[in-house]
Design a protein around this ligand. Structure first.
Ligand code: XMP
Length: 325
């Protein structure tokens, strides 16, 4: 029978045998797959693996700091932190079209990835948290016709980038390729990754940038980050985080009139998006208790400057998508 301990030992052996003393690059995203991967690679080959974390500035409140803390302090795994916040934000200036926004973020990610890996490298291998369903999906596209070996043609968390440039076509090491998501979670838990990573709701590669409708500015990022934090804080406190597939806030660029104290306000609405789902392919809007909606609405309007209205999205997928962009 399959056990997490046997899997960990076997993968460490396999990584050692495959990689030898070659150098490996790993891009941490903060999710369960890349975090588990970092642990396995580091246990197998120590400082031959370089874990790189690109902070594009679109993560949630406290998330980059927390990730660094977990790897640095708890696991003693050094992480090369790349602060690319300015670069990404500059790219967002004047951009309102969702597809262009996604494409620009994807391309910028590749640029930063490329220049940073040049600085830190050279590397022979790229470690990717490919899971079994991804292997099936990309069966032919990722195989080098000459060697038959799997190579990186895309970077996993940014599916919508055209493809990697020729010089970034690393050979791949993919220790999770035989696992399903629930098995990765078991492994992650057994090696001591905290629950906040193990059972984190799915979070898109472009992050909060695609939850700000219209132009992404630092002011809007701050507003959304605070609203999103209240959502996570409240559902964690009430012990209902895992009742939902995803639960998040979306910031709208329009403004509406409100009144606070004896003053008229003119500020942004925040949309609450809570959904239940099996796999993210289809989803239902969640029948969230009124009490929770009330608490969230009060807290967001009172605690987040720049927001004076909270609305609830009652659209399932299809016809809606989970994200707004
Ligand atoms: P949609 O909005 O298409 O989302 O119904 C389905 C699921 O995919 C997530 N999502 C992404 N994940 N990169 C990712 O890694 C992305 O660009 C991306 N866009 C959407 C979304 O959060 C939901 O779980």
């Amino acid at each position: 029978t399959w056990t997490t301990e046997a899997f960990v030992e076997e993968s460490i052996r396999e990584i050692k045998a495959k990689v030898g003393d070659k150098k490996v690059l790993l891009a941490l995203s903060g999710g369960v797959d890349s975090s588990t991967l970092a642990f396995l690679l580091h246990r197998a080959i120590g400082d031959k693996v370089t874990c790189m974390f690109i902070d594009q500035g679109f993560m949630r409140k406290g998330e980059p700091e927390r990730l660094m803390e977990i790897f640095d302090r708890q696991f003693n795994i050094p992480v090369a932190y790349v602060n690319a916040r300015e670069r990404f934000l500059d790219k967002m200036e004047g951009v309102t079209d969702p597809e262009i926004k996604r494409r620009l973020i994807g391309h910028e990610f590749i640029h930063v990835f490329e220049s940073e890996s040049e600085k830190l490298g050279p590397f022979d291998y790229l470690a990717q948290g490919t899971l079994y369903p991804d292997v099936i999906e990309s069966a032919d596209t990722n195989v080098d016709p000459k060697t038959g070996e799997r190579v990186a043609v895309k970077i996993k968390s940014h599916h919508n980038v055209g493809g990697l440039p020729e010089n970034l076509r690393f050979k791949l090491v993919e220790p999770l390729r035989k696992l399903f998501k629930d098995e990765v979670r078991k492994v992650a838990r057994s090696i001591g990754l905290p629950e906040e990573i193990v059972r984190r709701h799915p979070f898109p590669g472009p992050g909060l940038a695609i939850r700000i409708i219209g132009e992404v500015t630092s002011e809007r990022l701050n507003i959304l980050r605070d609203a999103d934090f209240i959502v996570r804080d409240e559902i964690s406190k009430q012990g209902v985080y895992h009742d939902y597939w995803q639960a998040f806030a979306v910031l709208l660029p329009i403004r509406s009139v409100g009144v606070m104290g004896d003053k008229r306000t003119y500020a942004h609405p925040v949309v609450l998006r809570f959904i239940t789902s099996e796999d993210g392919m289809t989803a239902d809007w969640a029948k969230v208790p009124y009490d929770l909606l009330e608490t969230l609405s009060n807290r967001i309007v009172n605690e987040v400057k720049g927001v004076n209205r909270v609305v609830y999205d009652i659209t399932s997928k299809p016809p809606g998508t989970i994200e707004w962009e």
